[in-house]
Design a protein around this ligand. Structure first.
Ligand SMILES: Cc1cc2nc3c(=O)[nH]c(=O)nc-3n(C[C@H](O)[C@H](O)[C@H](O)COP(=O)(O)O)c2cc1C
Length: 221
């Protein structure tokens, strides 16, 4: 499927086929594609919990406002923000140096760069949280587009009790559930997509309030 088509046809599927099982091979490919999402300094400020066990899905459903799709879908994926991703600073800086991102004599810059990256988040919990949410969200979007391309249905979800999800999935303190995605085969779901706001309402050129008026015949080229 063409990328534009995968974006256009992705839907938040509300009903899943309970008999369909996502295979290990599908999951592996999907998760590898997911982790290609960009993240600040390539820290990948997230951890991913893949829930497939029927009893565990039942518990997760209870933690998710009893939303049936959590149990119905083959897999429920919890993408967790990682508030301590900055602990990977040394590893990240070393790879940047090895791959030439720091230019000549890059090895000499590793310690300073790693310290700077580490302190950016370690000294600023709000920044660490924002970055974790951003990274998890970008990974989630990549996952949903890739899944659609692979013929799989998804629904992003925030309708859950974070503390309950944390407990069910056994998350340590530095992880928080940023978003849940149900994954499987589409069931009996044929509701049309809700409209998006017209671009004039949300796009501004150069400054807020200056409308975007594209000079194209049909709005697309
Ligand atoms: C952050 C986020 C949280 C959402 N939470 C839920 C949810 O808890 N349950 C649900 O059925 N849909 C949920 N949705 C799906 C939205 O309702 C859906 O994306 C929106 O209506 C647009 O529909 P579409 O994705 O099919 O274009 C969520 C979507 C996002 C992005």
């Amino acid at each position: 499927m063409e990328t534009k088509e995968a974006i256009r046809t992705r839907r938040s599927v509300k009903v899943f086929d309970p008999n369909y099982k996502v295979s290990d091979a599908q999951l592996q490919e999907l998760l590898e594609l997911t982790t290609l999402a960009p993240s600040a300094w390539n820290f990948q400020h997230y951890q991913i919990i893949v829930v497939r066990d029927p009893e565990q899905k039942k518990r997760l459903r209870q933690a998710s406002l009893n939303q049936e799709k959590v149990e119905q879908a083959s897999v429920a994926i919890v993408i967790c923000g990682d508030l301590q991703a900055y602990k990977r600073a040394d590893r990240v800086a070393r790879e940047f140096a090895d791959k030439g991102f720091y230019g000549e004599n890059g090895a000499e810059k590793v310690e300073t760069q790693a310290g700077m990256m580490h302190d950016t988040y370690a000294n600023n919990p709000q920044k660490a949280y924002d970055e974790a949410l951003r990274s998890a969200s970008l990974a989630a979007m990549s996952l949903m587009i890739a899944a659609n391309d692979m013929g799989l249905a998804t629904c992003p979800m925030i309708g859950f009790d974070p503390e309950a999800v944390k407990k069910v999935t056994g998350l340590p303190e530095h992880l928080f559930p940023a978003i849940m995605i149900t994954l499987g085969a589409e069931g009996d779901f044929d509701l049309p997509r809700c409209d998006r706001l017209p671009l004039e309402e949300i796009v501004h050129v150069n400054h807020f309030g200056e409308a975007f008026r594209p000079n194209v015949e049909n709005g697309r080229n």
